[in-house]
Design a binder for this molecule. Structure first.
Ligand SMILES: [Zn+2]
Ligand SMILES: [Zn+2]
Length: 346
């Protein structure tokens, strides 16, 4: 007599859009669809049910094998569900005012014990609570915690941050002076480095690279402040799609300091020694300083990389000997490069 008396099975059902779940008990799929359509106010004709998890259609034969309180989705004619992937798509479509989502994630986090899920939730929150649309200290005080009071806007601080990194490279050029034995070479090297610093001052230490208010050709980020990793020195692109918006939160700003402006042709191992070598036999006036400037201080040779894409080993790339010395062609090129700007150095 068993087959005649079907037990009611409790399930949780939800619609295609909206994540509110309803508990329903029914003896079969037919009854479930009927109750579900009434509850969600959907047309009965063409309605079908599938597993929330992976979108498998629930048939009458399949129904009795489902665990109690299994999560199901009620679909209308023509609708399909590809499982939780659908939800991720919807999640990504939420804008920054996803307050409900933030609340939900915080709620889940409050009693989450698994380290892995805690990490996923905190990363999600970190990304949802993006405040990159705010710019001034008054608007986003938290972002400025620990930042010198003279900085009133995020962009001004980021510009300074880039300048400081590039000033660090100047220091390394200066340090190389100490290793020079011959007085004559030392003198020429000092002359060269002085010119390079002049050129850099004209370009305001290239702080524009991190400044989102700069025009597009000048900055490395989007106007919202997103930076993408340019891939390690031997790659065209970052395969791992690293990206960061240091304008978004205090944490992102701090994490951004682990991102590196990496010299493709290495400054300490290659460029500075090449300049020193050239000055053994040439005067500064014969050196194409514009080339050395490009290699040491500009995005011609600098790549912004996530720490994972910052390879520490030797890059084995050399300076272009055709460009290192002044020729009429190089001189013309240098002139074109500086067109419209104050003349750098002679
Ligand atoms: Zn990368
Ligand atoms: Zn490096």
């Amino acid at each position: 007599m068993f087959g005649l008396f079907k037990k009611n099975k409790p399930v949780k059902i939800r619609g295609y859009s909206g994540d509110r779940k309803y508990g329903i008990a029914s003896k079969d799929v037919k009854e479930l669809i009927k109750k579900g359509c009434k509850l969600l106010q959907l047309p009965l004709s063409g309605a079908h049910v599938c597993l929330y998890e992976d979108g498998t259609i629930v048939t009458e034969e399949f129904f009795p094998t489902l665990p109690d309180n299994c999560e199901l989705v009620l679909l209308s004619r023509g609708q399909t569900w590809s499982g939780v992937v659908c939800d991720i798509g919807r999640l990504l479509n939420t804008d920054r005012h996803a307050d409900g989502l933030i609340e939900a994630a915080k709620g889940l986090l409050a009693d989450e014990k698994s380290f892995k899920r805690r990490k996923v939730l905190t990363d999600l929150l970190q990304n949802l609570e993006d405040r990159s649309d705010l710019e001034t200290r008054e608007e986003d005080e938290d972002w400025f915690t620990g930042v010198d009071v003279r900085f009133k806007t995020k962009s001004a601080y980021m510009k300074y941050n880039c300048e400081s990194r590039i000033r660090g490279y100047v220091k390394e050029v200066d340090n190389a002076t100490n290793s020079i034995q011959k007085a004559k070479v030392k003198e020429e090297f000092l002359k060269a480095s002085k010119c390079l610093v002049e050129m850099l001052k004209n370009d305001k230490y290239n702080g524009k690279y991190f400044d989102r208010t700069e025009k597009e050709s000048g900055r490395l980020c989007t106007k919202e402040g997103w930076f993408t990793c340019q891939g390690s020195f031997e790659q065209k692109l970052c395969q791992l799609l690293h990206s960061i918006n240091p304008y978004g939160s205090r944490e992102s700003r701090i994490v951004f300091s682990t991102w590196n402006l990496d010299h493709r042709i290495e400054k300490k191992r290659t460029i500075i020694p090449a300049l020193l070598e050239a000055l053994q036999t040439h005067k500064t006036a014969d050196i194409n300083l514009n080339y050395f400037y490009q290699m040491l201080f500009t995005r011609e040779n600098l790549k912004l990389v996530h720490i994972v894409c910052h390879k520490k080993g030797a890059h084995d790339l050399t300076c272009d000997t055709n460009k290192m010395f002044r020729t009429s062609k190089n001189a013309r090129k240098a002139k074109e490069d500086t067109k419209g700007k104050k003349k750098h150095c002679t």
